[in-house]
Ligand binder design. Structure first.
Ligand SMILES: *[C@@H]1O[C@H](CO)[C@@H](O)[C@H](O)[C@H]1NC(C)=O
Ligand SMILES: *[C@@H]1O[C@H](CO)[C@@H](O)[C@H](O)[C@H]1NC(C)=O
Ligand SMILES: *[C@@H]1O[C@H](CO)[C@@H](O)[C@H](O)[C@H]1NC(C)=O
Ligand SMILES: *[C@@H]1O[C@H](CO)[C@@H](O)[C@H](O)[C@H]1NC(C)=O
Length: 376
């Protein structure tokens, strides 16, 4: 009996060592075979696309009805186009893909991946790194190409973790289900306070990885309770995502990254700061447009304590921004600073868009002193 137990333990230890050897230490960018360009052998594909065997796609482990899709593949009348390289996978009912990642215990990471809805309405994806998970709804199409990129963040509880992307859906047609491509990772550094700014990550420079060919930005979905944010120090409240944009594909007021408020009043970008009740503070920020053809009169709103400001911005859809200010008196020792778009906006191709917020800073002002305000 005892000998058998020791043997089992040894086998478990060996298996663990083998698994550890298989995991590649992550570096910022695409995961190994994260764009699925290395594919299964022809003999491991059934009916042209259906993956047979859990280890058929190099570097990945699959389960359930997974298809290996080549760009140009036809589904009914729809021609499938793939954003990263020429191949992608489709997750059918209850199907999942998994990859072991060697990470730094205690560190924060953001996963970015692209997904496209196919036939079903209300498709969802469950992204997890045990014990954390988040269900990302895909019912709204933001990108005109059919593809959107999503970000999801986690804190590594172990040195080696398994990333799983799972389609929890159950459709009549097993060939329905989202397409996945371009799975990438980026280490997130907890933001520190910069001198003269009580907001952390006020320029939104710290955030998830941008896939090189994803010209549609990265959607940051609303935070679920106790969830980690892919945009450090910021939370997305309400029900709709915001769009994280980069200067490689969009006009950005300052630095190389910013946030486009694409969710109207259904999404709010929030940061909580320590304040002293009764003291006055000044929030300054930029409102602009990302030069993505989102045209028309826009209104961005900012709130803090009992104060709010509506900032009108006339967008020509070609880039540009203006500065705005909100002064407020704190009423508690924690104050939430909130940004929102008053309206929904849509580009001519049906893509949701909105005002861009960037370069936000918060400073304390003394109470009126000899008729003028002094910076603390
Ligand atoms: C392959 O196609 C045949 C005929 O359409 C179907 O019966 C079979 O279930 C398919 N196999 C897989 C693994 O999808
Ligand atoms: C990005 O797109 C260009 C042009 O379509 C292509 O040549 C390149 O291989 C793509 N890069 C990736 C990572 O897919
Ligand atoms: C998502 O996946 C995780 C890990 O596999 C699981 O624990 C959780 O119950 C799933 N959630 C849903 C809603 O499917
Ligand atoms: C906020 O102020 C109250 C009252 O002074 C105090 O009891 C509480 O501990 C403070 N909270 C924080 C987080 O500082």
């Amino acid at each position: 009996m005892r000998r058998a137990a020791v043997l089992v333990l040894l086998l478990v230890a060996c298996a663990a060592a083998r698994a550890a050897a298989a995991a590649v230490t992550v570096t910022d960018g695409l995961l190994p075979n994260g764009n699925f360009e290395e594919g299964p052998a022809k003999s491991e594909l059934v009916n042209g696309t259906v993956v047979r065997g859990a280890k058929a796609i190099p570097r990945w482990e699959t389960s359930g009805f997974v298809e290996y899709i080549e760009s140009g593949h036809k589904q009914g009348d729809m021609l499938l186009v793939v954003p990263q390289g020429a191949h992608a996978v489709r997750l059918g009912n209850e199907a999942s893909i998994r990859q072991q990642l060697a990470v730094t215990r205690g560190a924060y990471y953001a996963i970015t991946f692209s997904a496209a809805r196919t036939c079903a309405q209300g498709e969802r994806l469950n992204v997890s790194v045990s014990p954390e998970w988040g269900v990302l709804p895909m019912q709204t199409i933001y990108g005109s190409s059919g593809w959107d990129s999503y970000a999801w963040a986690f804190k590594a509880k172990l040195d080696e973790v398994a990333l799983v992307i799972h389609n929890p859906g159950v459709e009549e047609d097993p060939a329905c289900g989202p397409l996945i491509d371009g799975v990438a990772i980026r280490t997130l550094y907890p933001p520190t306070l910069a001198k003269g700014n009580m907001l952390k990550n006020g320029g939104f420079e710290e955030g998830p990885y941008f896939l090189p060919n994803a010209s549609w930005g990265v959607l940051v979905p609303p935070n679920i309770e106790d969830d980690h944010s892919p945009l450090p120090a910021w939370m997305i409240m309400s029900s709709k995502a915001v769009k994280y944009i980069d200067s490689a594909h969009f006009a950005v007021p300052q630095g190389t990254r910013a946030v486009e408020l694409v969710g109207g009043k259904e999404s709010a970008l929030v940061q909580e700061v320590r304040t002293v009740p009764g003291w006055t503070y000044r929030l300054s920020f930029s409102i602009g447009d990302s030069a993505d053809g989102c045209v028309g009169p826009m209104v961005a709103e900012a709130y803090a304590a009992r104060a709010s400001v509506k900032v009108p911005y006339e967008s020509k859809g070609t880039g540009g921004y203006k500065r705005a200010v909100l002064d407020f008196a704190a009423i508690s020792n924690r104050t939430r600073v909130v940004f929102q778009s008053t309206f929904y906006h849509m580009k001519s191709d049906g893509t949701l868009c909105g005002p861009v917020v960037d370069d936000a800073s918060l400073v304390g002002l003394r109470k009126k002193l000899a008729g003028r305000r002094l910076l603390l």
